[in-house]
Design a protein around this ligand. Structure first.
Ligand code: TGC
Ligand code: FAD
Length: 392
């Protein structure tokens, strides 16, 4: 792959809105991505292999649970810092951001928000450091957009529950030491259960043949009469608002992350357009290519502003899940369009692994689908503004 020459676009001087600490955090992650991810990621993606060694590094960098309090191993940071970290990770590869999103927002967050003090102390420091990797099991073979219909269930057996069912499309599953699994109890209430690798009847078959997120490990979670001690149930939440609350946190990170992928594609396409000569001129001198580049930077700038404002609202505990949905949807859409146009500007070179553009494009096919599909987020906005539920 070509040397990583990334220069971050900041057309509206948004850096002036960031604190010194936020800029320092962004720089730390950006440098790490340039040094540790860019040189290896294309090869891992081509081989469809998860670069497992980065888990510890992500922990050391503070990318796992950046907003979780320091006493549990988290970073104690604000939401804009968290967003900037996700932007920089996804600038490298969506799969790397996925690993961090799942660990921080879908595994550590529910243990912190809904867990007992014993659960927080037992799991959070190991997850924050990257000693353990976690995964989040909500989606089932027949219940994706509609998790309320889930069939995975727990039955009360006194000091333990027996867990049965299966989850699919689970990021990190093949390498995870623990899984936060959402299952219905005998009363039909959705409960969160921490399942540990090694529990009898629990397996994590890997998912093969993905054309997208190839450097991220995906798998199933299969539970066959798994005996889970009751102390592994998250005591402080019941109902679908448990997993959906985690998704709000993770979707927020994706809103920032996908803009990172878009920024990378724009930066690559801009440089290429200034260097590539056809008909005796750089292709960037042709109006058709300028139109694409001008529209890219316009959409990136609008999305950066939206994310920053959302981060402020998150910090003030005023952001709504519907606002997060709008941002996730907008960022995924503009990122997909920008990557596609950047691919075109690179001509034939755009389809090769020499540049990150095609990899980003393929990754975004997953990102626009997981954590709520593009349609689902549109319907969330539709319901929020009209008051009518068009899901059912
Ligand atoms: P509904 O009746 O609307 O809500 C049930 C309860 O949840 C509350 N709620 C939320 N709370 C926090 N955050 C949100 N975003 C929330 N959305 C809803 C709601 O207030 C209610 O609370 P309460 O107290 O009244 O019980 O639920 P519904 O069954 O009608 O479903 C609504 C719908 C369709 C929007 C929801 O099911 C949905 O978002 N579906 C999409 C499923 C999804 O996003 N799955 C993601 C799986 S995880 C994943 O993809 C990880 S990929 C990670 C990676 O690799 O980076
Ligand atoms: P479906 O729900 O079957 O949707 C199919 C199509 O129907 C979509 O276009 C959808 O928008 C549309 N549709 C559905 N309902 C409606 C409606 N009411 N109105 C209009 N259109 C509708 N899940 C986890 O739990 N944990 C993970 O870690 C995780 N990681 C993932 C990693 C990858 C690489 C992928 C691809 C997925 C991952 N997922 C994970 C699952 C992901 O969240 C689901 O794929 C997603 O929620 C959509 O579910 P589905 O694939 O079953 O699609």
């Amino acid at each position: 792959m070509a040397k990583d020459l990334f220069q971050s676009p900041d057309y509206f001087q948004l850096d002036e809105l960031l604190t010194e600490e936020q800029k320092w955090i962004r720089e730390a992650v950006r440098s790490w991505v340039k040094k540790e991810i860019s040189p290896i990621i294309e090869d891992y993606a081509q081989r469809a292999e998860f670069p497992q060694h980065i888990v510890r590094q992500l922990g050391e960098l503070g990318c796992f649970g950046p907003t979780i309090p320091v006493e549990y191993g988290g970073g104690g940071l604000d939401n804009i810092s968290y967003g900037l970290m996700m932007q920089e990770l996804e600038r490298g590869d969506s799969g790397i951001r996925s690993t961090a999103s799942v660990q921080g927002s879908l595994v550590m967050y529910p243990i912190y928000e809904y867990g007992s003090e014993e659960q927080r102390k037992k799991y959070l420091p190991k997850l924050a450091s990257g000693e353990w990797l976690g995964c989040f099991g909500l989606t089932e073979p027949n219940h994706g957009s509609n998790p309320a219909g889930m069939l995975t269930n727990i039955k009360d057996k006194g000091d333990h529950v027996v867990l049965n069912g299966s989850k699919m499309w689970i990021s990190n599953a093949p390498y995870a030491q623990i899984a936060v699994v959402w299952a219905k109890d005998e009363q039909g209430a959705v409960r969160g259960v921490i399942v540990e690798r090694g529990m009898e009847g629990f397996t994590t078959p890997p998912t093969h043949n993905k054309w997208s997120l190839r450097a991220s490990a995906t798998g199933e979670l299969v539970f066959d009469q798994v005996q889970v001690p009751k102390e592994n149930i998250l005591p402080n939440v019941q109902g679908l608002k448990g997993p959906l609350g985690c998704l709000t946190k993770a979707r927020y990170g994706i809103a920032w992350g996908t803009v990172g992928a878009a920024m990378d594609c724009y930066d690559t396409a801009l440089r290429y357009s200034q260097e590539r000569v056809q008909f005796d001129k750089p292709i960037g001198a042709f109006q058709l290519q300028q139109k694409k580049l001008a529209e890219m930077i316009t959409e990136i700038t609008k999305a950066q502003l939206l994310n920053w404002r959302l981060g402020v609202l998150m910090n003030e505990h005023k952001a709504t899940p519907a606002q997060v949905s709008m941002a996730k949807r907008n960022s995924c859409e503009i990122a997909q369009a920008i990557c596609r146009d950047a691919r075109g500007i690179l001509g034939g070179m755009g389809i090769t692994g020499e540049y990150a553009v095609m990899r980003h494009m393929m990754n975004l096919e997953s990102v626009i689908t997981y954590e709520g599909t593009h349609d689902i987020h549109l319907l969330i906005t539709g319901m929020d503004i009209t008051g009518f539920n068009a899901f059912k």
